[in-house]
Design a protein around this ligand. Structure first.
Ligand code: DGL
Length: 269
């Protein structure tokens, strides 16, 4: 049996594309309907109530496209608004638990760093999951509010003084504490991987939430006979002008055909 309906994926902006990239690698026959809330990015410095309201609208929008499963490809929504999925008529996947599991298997010295948006770090969601799996672990957390604007602006080069100095400011305490594993707890951050690797050094394993989540989604679809067997073109939607999103998506996903469509997300109440 197969299920040709699309997988719905949402984020505040282009960060969720790092999850789509991993889905495309593991599930090449799945169509994706992506929503990036570019008109209201960032989510990570907003209140829990506002993030919940946005997440509910994003989920409604994706449901209007008859998706078979929804992924909150956003560390912030996964940390503080996962309960918005309780009444969804389709399965819901968040990105925090799978990353926590991957970090616990990767660490050798049981010292794990977590970086994310302010809302994510305040929620302690990753730390809670890590300690459930590995009660003796040491978890060092740090919010990095300047990383999302750097990614949205395309300032991500490992030889760019702005990205390197910003990363040093945030990550030096992690290095000093001797973490051997670092969870990139915001889906925007894998775009900064070269910068983060340079600052953290070779001995530190970076955990990309998209990789861990894509593997989970593949296993889930398989177990539930929900895989698609015929690829249709993925669709991309945003809540503000689409040109720069489309340009960045083409580079990130290596697909020159991507053209995002602008929608009015406020209509989805
Ligand atoms: N990419 C998102 C996350 O994983 C949101 C970043 C933001 O909008 O602040 O948290």
């Amino acid at each position: 049996m197969s299920d040709k309906r699309a997988i719905g994926v949402f984020d505040s902006g282009l960060g969720g594309l790092t999850v789509v990239k991993e889905l495309n690698k593991l599930l090449p026959f799945e169509k994706i309907v992506y929503f990036g809330d570019t008109g209201r990015v960032p989510y990570g410095n907003k209140s829990r109530n506002t993030i919940r309201k946005y997440a509910l609208q994003d989920e409604k929008f994706l449901l209007s496209h008859d998706v078979k499963l929804i992924i909150a490809a956003c560390g912030t929504v996964s940390s503080v608004a996962f309960d918005t999925a309780e009444s969804l008529p389709v399965p819901f996947v968040e990105v925090v638990s799978h990353a926590a599991k991957a970090a616990v298997s990767a660490t050798k010295n049981k010292k794990i760093g977590v970086i994310g948006t302010s809302a994510t770090i305040k929620s302690g969601a990753h730390k809670k999951r890590i300690l459930e799996l590995s009660p003796g672990a040491t978890v060092i957390e740090r919010d990095c509010p300047l990383f999302v604007p750097l990614v949205e602006e395309g300032i991500t080069g490992a030889d760019d003084i702005i990205s390197i100095e910003t990363a040093k400011r945030y990550l030096e305490p992690m290095c000093k504490a001797g973490v051997d594993t670092l969870i990139l707890g915001c889906t925007h951050y894998p775009v900064l991987s070269d910068v983060l690797k340079k600052v953290m050094g070779d001995g530190v394993t970076l955990i990309n939430m998209g990789e861990a989540t894509a593997q989970y989604v593949k296993d889930y679809l398989n177990e539930h006979n929900m895989m698609s067997d015929a690829k249709k073109d993925s669709e991309y939607y945003v809540s503000d002008k689409s040109e720069s999103f489309s340009a960045q998506a083409r580079i990130l996903l290596g697909d020159s055909e991507i053209t995002a469509t602008q929608v009015d997300i406020e209509k989805y109440e």
